[in-house]
Design a binder for this molecule. Structure first.
Ligand code: ADP
Ligand code: MG
Length: 610
C-alpha cells in the first residue's frame, strides 16, 4: 500500500483558511476598512460594484507600505501588529492575525497600490491564486489602495453560496456602518455602482450617528459618559420615545471593536425598564474602553463575541451609566433603586479605594452610584417575582393554553368552531384587550391582537399564493426617503410587496414613491405604514429560516393587527372570533404564542379552594 498523506499546496490551504475570514463581500470589506484604520488613515473610500461580487476597492491615505512589506502583506501570518504573545494582551489595533490579506489573495484577483511618504515612488502588485502576477513601481499618492476583483472566482462553490445583490448589499452597509460609527474622526465614503451612498465628513460621534442612522435622532440623543480607572463608557442612547419595534439601531463597541453581546444588551434594556414598552428596543451607540488585558480579543476576528474577565461588574457599570444618563435628562422624579445584593458583594465594589484610585475615580460619578444610596442610577434589584407567579399559573397543567399540543393531550374539548365551541355565544371585551367566549364547561379568553394577527397571517398567506391583492392607486402618491440601509431592504422586497397590494417604485437615490396600497389602507397613512413595515421586516430579517415572502407576510400581519387597548364593537368581536376559528391553526400566533386560553369552571373552582 502506498502512503496516503500529501501536503496541500499553499494556494489550496489558503483557500480553505480564507473560508474562515472571508465569507462574503462584507467580511472582506470589514478587513480592508480595518486595515486602513490601523494604518492611521484620515480618509477612507470604499468603492464597490455588483454588491462587492465584481469589485471591492478600499483607498486610504494612511501610512502606506514599503516594497518589502507590500509583498509580505499577502503571506499568511504576516502582520506588523504583534511580535510576541505578550503583545496580544495590549492589542489596540483592529487586526493582528495577519490573515486577511492572505485570505483575500487566495479567493480574489487583487491589485495593491501603496506608497509611503518617505518613498519616491509607490509600488503596484497584482496577486491571483495567492501568487504574485506582476510587480512594478508606479506613481501613487501616499496611502494604500487595494482592489479585489471577482471574489471567489476560483471557488465556484463559495461564489454560488452568495445571496442576492440586495442581500449582500445590506451586509455591506451594516459592516460599513459599524466601522464608520466607531471612527467619526475619519472621513468615509461609500460608492456603489458609481453612485455615492454615503459621504461622511469627519466630525463628532453625534454627527456621525445622525449621518448614519438618520436625522430623526437629532435632538433625541442622551449623552452617556462615565469614567473610572477600571473602564470608561461613552456614547449616546435614544430618548425613550425613539424606541423602535426592531433592535436595528443598537451598537456596542469594546475598545472600538463592534460586538454583539446579549448580556450587555440586557443591561441597557433593563435601564429603560418602565420607560418604553417591553416589546420595543431603544437606540444606543455605546463605546466601552477597558484595559485590553482584561478582555479576551483572541476570539476569532469574524466572531463578534467577546469575553470579559469580570462580566458582572461590566453589566452593572453599563446599566448604572445608562440609568444615570436617562435620569439626568428625564423630567419624571427619579426612583430609588437598591443595589443588587450580588453586585454589592463583588470584590471590585467592596474593595476600599486607595488614595490614588480615589482621586482617579472621583471625577466619575459612577462609583458614587455604587457607594451612595438613593441615587437615580442605583442598580435595580432583579426582581422577577411577579412575573414568575404569572408564569407558574400560565404553565401549570391547571390552566390550559391554546396550543395544539396541550389541548390535544388533555383529550377532551378541542375548541374548534365546529365541535363544542359556539362562536355565537355571548362576547364580552375586557380591558380593551381580551374577548371572552363561552366554551363547553368554561370560557375562552381570546387575545384580540394575537387572534387578529393569526387571521391576517392566514389571509395574507392565501393571497400571496393565488392572485395578488388588489391595489388601489393613490391619488397623491407620497414619496419615501429612506436611509441607504432601508433602501437596500426596500429593493429586496419591492416585488413581493406588489403581490401583497403595495405598488412602490424607485425614484432616484434612496427615494421611493408609493403609487398604490391595498384597498383597506387609509389614504394619508401609507408612509407611516411602510415605515412600520420596514421596521417589522428588519425584526424578522435575522430569522434565516423564513423566506422573504414569509417575513413580509409576518411583518404585515403584525403591523395591521388590531392592537391591545382598542375598544371593539360587538360586531367586530364577532367577526374576529368567526375569522379566528375559521383559521387552519386558530390556537396560536405565527410565533407560537397562544391566541386564547381556555378556563374550565372546575379549574376555577379548585383555584378558589372549592
Ligand atoms: P493584520 O491586519 O492582522 O496585521 P492583514 O492581513 O490584514 O493582517 O494585513 C497584513 C499587514 O499588511 C498588516 O499588518 C499591515 O502591516 C499591512 N497592511 C495591510 N493593509 C494596509 C493598509 N491599508 N495600509 C498600510 N498597511 C497595510
Ligand atoms: Mg487586518
Amino acid at each position: 500500500m502506498p502512503d496516503k498523506i500529501t501536503l496541500l499546496p499553499d494556494n489550496i490551504a489558503n483557500q480553505i483558511a480564507a473560508g474562515e475570514v472571508i465569507q462574503r463581500p462584507a467580511s472582506a470589506i470589514k478587513e480592508l476598512l480595518e486595515n486602513a484604520v490601523d494604518a492611521g488613515a484620515t480618509e477612507i473610500k470604499l468603492i464597490i460594484n455588483d454588491a462587492g461580487k465584481s469589485l471591492i476597492q478600499v483607498i486610504d491615505n494612511g501610512s502606506g507600505m514599503s516594497e518589502t512589506d507590500a509583498r509580505m502583506s499577502f503571506e499568511r501570518h504576516a502582520t506588523s501588529k504583534i511580535k510576541s504573545i505578550e503583545d496580544l494582551f495590549h492589542i489596540r489595533t483592529m487586526g493582528f492575525r495577519g490573515e486577511a490579506l492572505a485570505s483575500i489573495a487566495a479567493v480574489a484577483q487583487v491589485e495593491l497600490k501603496t506608497k509611503r511618504v518617505e518613498d519616491e515612488t509607490g509600488i503596484y502588485i497584482e496577486v491571483e491564486n495567492s501568487a504574485v502576477k506582476k510587480q512594478e513601481p508606479i506613481a501613487a499618492p501616499v496611502g494604500t489602495s487595494i482592489a479585489m476583483k471577482n471574489l471567489f472566482f476560483n471557488v465556484p462553490a463559495r461564489r454560488n453560496f452568495l445571496k442576492s445583490n440586495a442581500a449582500e448589499m445590506r451586509h455591506i452597509v451594516d459592516e460599513f456602518t459599524r466601522v464608520a460609527m466607531s471612527f467619526p474622526e475619519i472621513l468615509f465614503t461609500l460608492t456603489a455602482n458609481n453612485q455615492q451612498l454615503f459621504h461622511l465628513e469627519s466630525g463628532s460621534l453625534k454627527q456621525r450617528i445622525v449621518q448614519l442612522l438618520g436625522n430623526n435622532y437629532n435632538a433625541k440623543l442622551v449623552t452617556v459618559k462615565e469614567e473610572t480607572d477600571y473602564m470608561n463608557i461613552y456614547g449616546f442612547v435614544g430618548k425613550p420615545e425613539t424606541a423602535k419595534k426592531t433592535r436595528g439601531d443598537q451598537y456596542f463597541f469594546v475598545n472600538n471593536r463592534f460586538i454583539k453581546s446579549p448580556y450587555l444588551n440586557h443591561a441597557v434594556m433593563s435601564a429603560y425598564q418602565e420607560m418604553i414598552p417591553s416589546d420595543s428596543f431603544p437606540m444606543y451607540v455605546l463605546f466601552i474602553d477597558l484595559d485590553p488585558a482584561v478582555v479576551d480579543v483572541n476570539v476569532h476576528p469574524t466572531k463578534q463575541e467577546i469575553k470579559f474577565e469580570d462580566e458582572k461588574i461590566i453589566y452593572a457599570f453599563v446599566q448604572a451609566a445608562i440609568k444615570h444618563a436617562l435620569a439626568q435628562f428625564s423630567v419624571t422624579p427619579t426612583l430609588d433603586f437598591d443595589l443588587d445584593a450580588s453586585i454589592q458583594q463583588l470584590s471590585s465594589i467592596q474593595q476600599p479605594f486607595t488614595e490614588e484610585r480615589k482621586s482617579a475615580a472621583s471625577s466619575g460619578s459612577i462609583f458614587k452610584g455604587f457607594t451612595q444610596k438613593h441615587q437615580a442610577h442605583f442598580i435595580e434589584k432583579n426582581d422577577k417575582n411577579e412575573l414568575k407567579h404569572w408564569r407558574d399559573f400560565y404553565e401549570s397543567p391547571e390552566t390550559r393554553v391554546g396550543s395544539q399540543e396541550s389541548i390535544l393531550k388533555s383529550g377532551d374539548t378541542i375548541p374548534t368552531h365546529d365541535t363544542k365551541l359556539k362562536t355565537d355565544g355571548e362576547l364580552t371585551q375586557l380591558l380593551n384587550t381580551y374577548i371572552t367566549l363561552p366554551s363547553a364547561n368554561g370560557f375562552l379568553l381570546i387575545h384580540q391582537q394575537a387572534a387578529h394577527e393569526r387571521v391576517l397571517y392566514e389571509q395574507l398567506k392565501a393571497a400571496s399564493k393565488d392572485k395578488p391583492v388588489a391595489t388601489q392607486r393613490s391619488m397623491f402618491p407620497s414619496t419615501l426617503e429612506l436611509t441607504p440601509a432601508d433602501a437596500a431592504i426596500m429593493q429586496e422586497i419591492i416585488e413581493d410587496l406588489q403581490q401583497l397590494g403595495y405598488t412602490i417604485e424607485p425614484f432616484g437615490k434612496n427615494t421611493f414613491v408609493i403609487q398604490g396600497t391595498p384597498a383597506d389602507v387609509e389614504a394619508g397613512n401609507e408612509k407611516h405604514i411602510i415605515d412600520i413595515l420596514l421596521e417589522q421586516y428588519k425584526h424578522f430579517s435575522n430569522e434565516v429560516k423564513f423566506s422573504k415572502r414569509e417575513k413580509l407576510i409576518r411583518s404585515l400581519a403584525r403591523q395591521q393587527a388590531i392592537k391591545t387597548g382598542v375598544r371593539l364593537t360587538e360586531r367586530e368581536m364577532r367577526q374576529l372570533v368567526n375569522d379566528l376559528f375559521a383559521c387552519e391553526q386558530s390556537n396560536s400566533t405565527m410565533d407560537g404564542n397562544p391566541t386564547y386560553l381556555e378556563f374550565k369552571q372546575e379549574q376555577l373552582e379548585r383555584m378558589f379552594g372549592k
